[in-house]
Structure formats: C-alpha cells, structure tokens
Design a protein around this ligand. Sequence first.
Ligand code: ZN
Length: 267
Amino acid sequence: MRSAIILSIIIAVNFFSCYTWKARVPWEAQTPVITDDFSIFAEPGLDERETTRAVREASLIRKELADKFFPGSKKEKILLILYRNAASYEKYRLIELPTQADYERYKNRINIPVDAPAYVWRHEIAHAILESIRPGAPYWLQEGLAVFLQNQTFSTAACGSSVRMPPELGVLLPGMRQTPDLSPSTFHDYRTGAEAAGLSAGVAGYFVFFLWKKRMLLDLLGRYSRETNSSPEFLLTGGNIERWRSLCEEFRAWIRTEEPLAALPGC
Ligand SMILES: [Zn+2]
C-alpha cells in the first residue's frame, strides 16, 4: 500500500547528462506546433481541441510559476511531447520507474499524457522553468522545487492562498524521521527503485517547503538565477559549512514536528 501511494506521486526528472539524443517517439519527425511557450509534438490522432486546451492550461501554469518565482526571466521554448493517454506514454517510457510523466533535462523536454492531472503538469513545468533559467541545479533543488510547486496555486493576491505539501507525501514522514543524517544534498537515489526514489523526492520536497517556511526560498531562487557562479548551498549559507550543517540539523528537527503537514501562508 505504501509503495502504491508513493508510486502515484513520483514524477521523474532524468538527470543523465552524457546521453546520446534520439527521437523519443516516431511523431517527433513531424514539424512541431510552435507557441510562445512550447514546441509541441502531439501524438497522431490526438484531438486538436484537447491539445489546445492542455497547452493553454500549461501556458497559464508556466506564467504563474515564472511570475511568482523568476520574474523578468528569459523565456526559452520548452519541448512538449504529448501522448494520447497514460497507456501511450507508458509504451514509450524510458525511465525504469512507473512514472506518470517525465522531464528530460538534457533536452528541456517534457513527456506527458495530454489528459494528465494538473499537478503533474505543474510538476513537469516547474522542472522545465528552473532548468531553462539556470541549467544543472542539484537534485534537491530540481526535484524539491517541482514536488513543492505541484500542489500550489498562487493567487495574484499577495497572501491570498495557503501553501502546503501534497498530503499523500505524509506517508514518508515516519521513515524520514528515523533516517539518520537526513540531509537534502545526500538524497538523490532515484534509480534504485520506487521506495528510494520516493524517499529522495520527499526529502527534497520537504526541504524546499522548509525553506519556504523560513522565507528563504524566493530570495534563494532570485539569487540563484542571477549569481550563476554560486551553488544554492553557497547562497543559503555564504559558503559556511557549519551554517549548512546547522540548517540541515534544523530541518531534521522540523521534520519531527507536525508542521510539515500544515498549511502555511502563501507569501
Ligand atoms: Zn520531478
């Protein structure tokens, strides 16, 4: 049961960098449909109205997340491979985990069924935005930001919405609380099975939520996009390893409270 719940929320990001690129699906040989946000390769037979609706929704999600977290950032087109449904996506899935969608960062390419739930779209678009703003973010920031953002809807009012983690992730908390040396930078074990991948994504997501709670996330992302020689860990701590250890220690203590399950102000 626990595995099934975790599997349902894992949405992969592919970190392979030395990958020989090839077309993922036969219909990538077609000329893509180009919009302001996306280069779209839609599976033959896909209903055009359904494609249009999904792409419009995806553009709104991209705008909302970019305006909130990376205002004024450059806008690169994201490759979008659209599948007719989950079964079609499954047929062409490359990653070994049973994911609902995935993002290939070396190609800035999202693979997703057209009828995927909104949270899946938000997750993958968050990956693509961060990668196009500054490539190569460490796992905890890439996956953590996507996991954190998949559940949020930020209203235009400054504090008009609350922010919380996906409730299903709460099943990970007991295991996280028992894990010694729980540090976001040492958990990125997404290729050794669903349990490990779920735990890694959970640690990353909760750490980003923890940064939100400490009101450090917006500042971190702004500086991360501008100060391109600095790692996120450096930006959080000024390069002081003791401050990083102490931040991780505070995170471990926070994980043991009930606050990771709570809603926080959306600002
Ligand atoms: Zn992901």
